[in-house]
Write a protein that binds this ligand. Structure first.
Ligand SMILES: [Zn+2]
Length: 266
């Protein structure tokens, strides 16, 4: 091997070491960034369980858990953050105990009540991302309206029977649709997991996908599902992504929504 070749090899080796060090540093920076983030999880059931577990494991600094329900035996086949020793406890406290035992550095704040608009007004400003893991339309619409108002990113997920979906709303971006753009003004549908049922691993798949979207938003990496709805059919294994456009007539996120409220309805 000639001298020039040796020098080329040596410089390649140094470049490779530099790249490795750079990657290590970037990883460290991302980890440190996560420590200073705060995520609000509404609902600590089937979806909220994997979301809370994975975000705590990933190193999110602060989790706010909201749920007014208590742990029941029938919950345990799909709500994996709770166990038989926690029956009868508030789901928030039960989840807090599980998470703190595994990840003591994560700060967990619990809210054992259905949150109202007033609470959102006071608290959403300090939250980096809201994760909707609730199981009814009334709550989902309320969370959506609050997030649009405060400009807080929202990661929405749902799972029922064999079907699940995930989408992301980024209200600070003018192109972003909102949950109301997706579902219009339809009345609440009463179907919920506890009554209709859901195949157990599906809530894990949907919850994990939600937590992935949260991390992408927090770290500003990759492409989020904003403007898209990811649909998963567990029965056939089919995965589809549909486009979701902002509804210019949406009463929640449209620029003209305030004008329309005052003027004649369109
Ligand atoms: Zn909208």
């Amino acid at each position: 091997m000639d001298k020039a070749q040796l020098l080329r090899d040596k410089s390649q080796c140094l470049l490779s070491v530099n790249r490795e060090e750079q990657k290590k540093q970037e990883k460290q920076e991302k980890q440190e960034k996560l420590v200073h983030t705060k995520v609000l999880i509404v609902g600590v059931g089937g979806l909220g369980s994997p979301v809370a577990l994975y975000l705590a494991a990933a190193g999110v600094g602060e989790l706010v858990l909201v749920d007014f329900d208590r742990v029941e035996l029938s919950n345990l086949q799909r709500q994996i953050v709770h166990d038989t020793t926690q029956l009868g406890q508030y789901k928030t406290l039960s989840a807090q105990a599980t998470l703190q035992a595994r990840y003591p550095d994560v700060q967990i704040i619990v809210i054992n009540q259905a949150i109202k608009e007033e609470w959102f007004k006071k608290n959403l400003g300090s939250v980096d991302v809201v994760v909707d893991c609730s199981d009814n339309f009334a709550t989902r619409f309320a969370i959506n309206a609050a997030c649009v108002k405060s400009g807080t990113p929202l990661v929405s997920g749902a799972a029922l029977r064999w079907g699940g979906q995930v989408t992301v709303f980024l209200p600070s971006q003018p192109y972003s649709p909102c949950y109301r753009c997706l579902y219009g003004d339809q009345e609440e549908q009463s179907e919920v997991c506890s009554e209709t049922g859901v195949v157990t691993p599906l809530v894990g798949i949907i919850g994990c996908t939600q937590s992935m979207e949260v991390l992408k938003i927090l770290l500003n990496i990759g492409k989020t599902l904003c403007g898209k709805v990811l649909l998963f059919d567990a029965y056939t294994g089919a995965l589809r992504t549909l486009k979701l456009h902002k509804d210019p007539a949406c009463p929640i996120c449209s620029k003209n929504s305030d004008i329309r409220k005052i003027g004649n309805p369109i």
